[in-house]
Write a protein that binds this ligand. Structure first.
Ligand code: ADP
Length: 188
């Protein structure tokens, strides 16, 4: 199992870049947010219990997330994956490291897509116009998600940097430009 981890703020284009990478690398894109929405749609116990957090743009508590990570790793143990949406907190960095140690797997690469806040807000507004996601409809939720990123995920990325090598990617400009930057960094 090879793992490419992708981090960055909401609206940084992670999802779009992951789709392209999935094609190029032949890795499976595993989005933790998407996973949550699928569990919700299937009405699983986990899906129902995390629904309120997701719809309000709040993070699901760490204690509820470690099981999901384990499930993802177990289900994909014979595949190579692009993991998108984990870790989002400092505690999740530790949980990820512990899990990797316990199964003796190393991260192949960590990409961190960087986009300045004003641009993120602009993109969030655009997404609100086109998305059917509940957490995309309300501008207050967009703001909240960006706030949570600054409060909880940015420090987690810094913490991640203290443990692993993180490759920063400038996420501004066109999708193609960002894809090309990523391709250069991972020698595609
Ligand atoms: P985006 O890609 O737009 O940033 P996601 O689809 O990855 O958002 O995530 C949507 C929601 O799922 C988050 O707002 C949060 O409620 C929940 N979520 C996703 N990943 C995590 C995580 N690692 N820890 C806690 N909650 C998470």
């Amino acid at each position: 199992m090879k793992i490419l981890l992708i981090t960055g703020p909401p609206y940084s284009g992670k999802g779009t870049q992951c789709e392209l990478l999935e094609d190029k690398l032949g890795y499976v894109h595993v989005s933790v947010g998407e996973r949550i929405r699928t569990e919700k749609a299937n009405g699983t116990k986990f899906g129902l219990s995390v629904r309120d957090y997701e719809e309000r743009g709040e993070l699901v508590p760490d204690s509820m997330m470690s099981g999901v990570l384990l499930d993802i790793f177990t289900e994909n143990k014979d595949k190579n994956i692009i993991l998108d949406g984990f870790p989002r907190t400092i505690a999740q960095v530790d949980a990820l490291e512990e899990l990797l140690d316990s199964i003796d797997i190393k991260l192949d690469m960590i990409l961190n897509i960087e986009v300045p806040s004003p641009e993120l807000i602009r993109r969030a507004k655009k997404r609100a116009e086109t998305s059917d996601r509940k957490d995309d409809k309300d501008p207050r939720i967009h703001f909240r998600r960006l706030e949570i990123f600054e409060e909880r995920t940015r420090p987690a990325i810094e913490y991640l940097r203290s443990k692993f090598e993180v490759t920063d990617i400038d996420g501004t400009g066109t999708k193609e430009k960002v894809t090309n930057l990523i391709k250069e960094k991972i020698n595609l």
